[in-house]
Design a protein around this ligand. Structure first.
Ligand code: ZN
Length: 245
């Protein structure tokens, strides 16, 4: 079914180095064969270059997110609030040329072994639409052919199962991989969770045991917050990390 045994997938790092380090070391402990990132490496947090460097070192496939494109000035940011806009400007001033080139090189979609990766939605990746309802999920199942589609963007994890066009969204963080099912999965956010759980989030796709598992682990939130404040970024970007919002 797949050349991989165990895959780790994560998204929306938002320059939170402490959270990214925690996720990468958890993925190493999970003995995954491969890792993938669904975008938004930068924006909001204090470590845009360090987060780009870490992903570049890992040579893993990474998809472009709207904040990555915002920093490059290649997407509309008129819908960003002031805090997000200021973070974009701050990040632009910090990013090295090398990392700017790196962000520019990221694709909008990526396919590998029956897995489809996109930051926001498969129907129109450049529009950065949110998938928040079952209707939006149903529409988007028509826009990829693979068994699995992985997204980020809303920072709210979910696993939606499609069995003969009947959709379900199990609450449990672990779901079986079954035949004749397709899956649309939001892998949550590494660096700025928004589901009232401040722990960092990632996903394990285990082909050997046929399981999909959303994982949450603690990280040094205080250090990430101190760095945001020391960098002169908006205080609320630090505060929200405590609440997972
Ligand atoms: Zn994001």
């Amino acid at each position: 079914m797949s050349e991989y045994k165990r895959v780790g997938i994560f998204s929306d790092i938002h320059a939170n180095l402490h959270a990214l380090q925690a996720v990468l070391s958890a993925l190493d402990n999970e003995k995954v064969d491969s890792i993938f990132c669904c975008g938004d490496i930068v924006g909001y947090g204090a470590f845009p270059n360090e987060c780009c460097d870490l992903l570049r070192e890992r040579k893993c496939p990474v998809i472009a997110g709207n904040h990555d494109h915002a920093v490059l000035n290649i997407t509309d940011t008129s819908y960003f609030n002031d805090v997000a806009k200021n973070a974009v400007t701050w990040t632009r001033g910090k990013l090295t040329l090398e990392n700017e080139e790196y962000l520019r090189s990221l694709p909008l979609t990526y396919k590998d072994n029956n897995m489809f990766f996109v930051h926001a939605s498969p129907d129109n990746p450049q529009e950065w639409n949110y998938i928040l309802t079952m209707g939006e999920a149903r529409h988007n199942f028509r826009h990829f052919e693979e068994k699995f589609c992985f997204i980020g963007h809303s920072h709210q994890p979910f696993i939606i199962v499609n069995y003969q066009d009947e959709l379900s969204c199990p609450e449990a963080p672990e779901v079986d991989i079954l035949e004749n099912r397709r899956y649309l999965i939001n892998v949550g956010s590494v660096g700025q969770p928004r589901d009232r759980n401040p722990n960092t989030c990632f996903l394990i796709l285990d082909f050997e045991n046929s399981k999909i598992t959303l994982k949450r682990i603690p990280y040094n939130i205080r250090a990430a917050q101190d760095a945001i404040i020391a960098a002169g970024l908006a205080r609320e970007l630090a505060e929200r990390l405590s609440y997972g919002w």
